[in-house]
Design a protein around this ligand. Structure first.
Ligand code: ADP
Length: 316
């Protein structure tokens, strides 16, 4: 299938500027520590997933609220340079965009983060409804939980009404209203988020797959059509009320797994928008995530479609 006959992916979500300072260790409270490197890069789950989808060849629209007081113009420019359509983004002249201040220790890779949500927290159902025509033209609508629930709900209502596939990446984990779950075709979350949402204590004795199966069973009983639980290097578990299917992860040397989930979700959405089967769309997400974890960085590590081998090479 070529890019031209693929449906559009619409991502509704957060956009942040990540400010990352690397030092030998994390500072103690009150301490000033000389760092070794500083990197500023666009992030936020919405932005990350939009970039992952676009790099894999999807036509992507972004629906968001972006504060223009600092970094907003740079953030939007970065999205547009990936070919992502930003016409449906509300530019908020009075607000700051989301900002994450991240400290990373060289020893052990430990980190500490202060996240200021800024304009992401102001995305409203009204903002989303103003993008109705964009949402109604989508093949797949993707959202995460770094923007308020009423905005996500409004997006899924419009998407469902127009027959689009809805993908909810329930990260960070929040209790979800049954009405939102009923509008969700794919609930995608990692094993920690799945256990939190299902109200299960994480037990080392249960084992990764049985724990995920338990959580998936609970979540399916809440009315979601299918639940996809990502398990890091242990792959992913796709569950419907009829069946559970395990997809092993590709064996790669992991360098930096931050953003693996976002790359996976972006790839899944791109695959679904191309009309792939559920299993193939999962495999596309996994193939992209395996490449991303073998490089450092988040958006900078996400692969382009041409880098994928075997069945995902596209003849455009
Ligand atoms: P999150 O970043 O949300 O915690 P995961 O770590 O579960 O998400 O990763 C999402 C997907 O990325 C996994 O299902 C897997 O396919 C792929 N992945 C993650 N870590 C690795 C790894 N170390 N090796 C290969 N693939 C990986």
């Amino acid at each position: 299938m070529t890019e031209n006959n693929s449906g559009r992916v619409v991502v509704v979500g957060s956009l942040n500027m990540d400010m990352v300072a690397h030092a030998s260790r994390l500072p103690a409270p009150g301490e000033t520590l000389a760092g070794e490197a500083f990197v500023m890069a666009p992030g936020g789950k919405g932005g990350n997933q939009a970039v992952a989808s676009a790099r894999l060849g999807a036509a992507v629209d972004f629906v968001a609220r972006v504060g223009m007081r600092q970094y907003g113009a740079e953030l939007l420019q970065a999205m547009q340079s990936e070919g992502i359509a930003c016409e449906a983004v509300v530019r908020d002249a009075a607000a700051l965009p989301g900002i994450a201040v991240i400290m990373v220790a060289a020893l052990g890779g430990e980190n500490a983060i202060v996240y200021v949500p800024g304009s992401n927290a102001q995305l409203s159902a009204v903002d989303v409804r103003a993008a109705a025509s964009t949402l109604q033209a989508a093949a797949v609508v993707v959202a995460q939980l770094e923007v308020p629930l009423p905005a996500v709900y409004a997006a899924f209502e419009l998407a469902r009404g127009a027959g689009a596939i809805t993908v909810l990446n329930a990260a960070p984990a929040l209790q979800l209203p049954a009405a939102l779950l009923a509008l969700t075709d794919w609930l995608v979350l990692n094993e920690t988020e799945a256990s939190q949402l299902a109200g299960l204590a994480v037990s080392a004795q249960t084992g990764v797959l049985p724990q995920a199966e338990l959580a998936a069973g609970q979540l399916l009983s809440c009315g979601v059509k299918q639940v996809l639980i990502t398990l890091g290097a242990d792959g992913a578990l796709l569950c419907t009320v009829e069946a559970m299917q395990h997809f092993p992860a590709q064996a790669v040397k992991a360098i930096d797994t931050v953003g693996a989930g976002d790359t996976f979700v972006g790839g899944l959405a791109a695959g679904l928008a191309e009309g792939m089967t559920a299993a193939d769309a999962v495999r596309l997400g996994q193939a992209a995530a395996a490449i991303a974890v073998s490089r450092s960085g988040v958006q900078s590590a996400m692969p382009h479609r041409a880098e994928l081998t075997n069945q995902f090479c596209r003849t455009v």
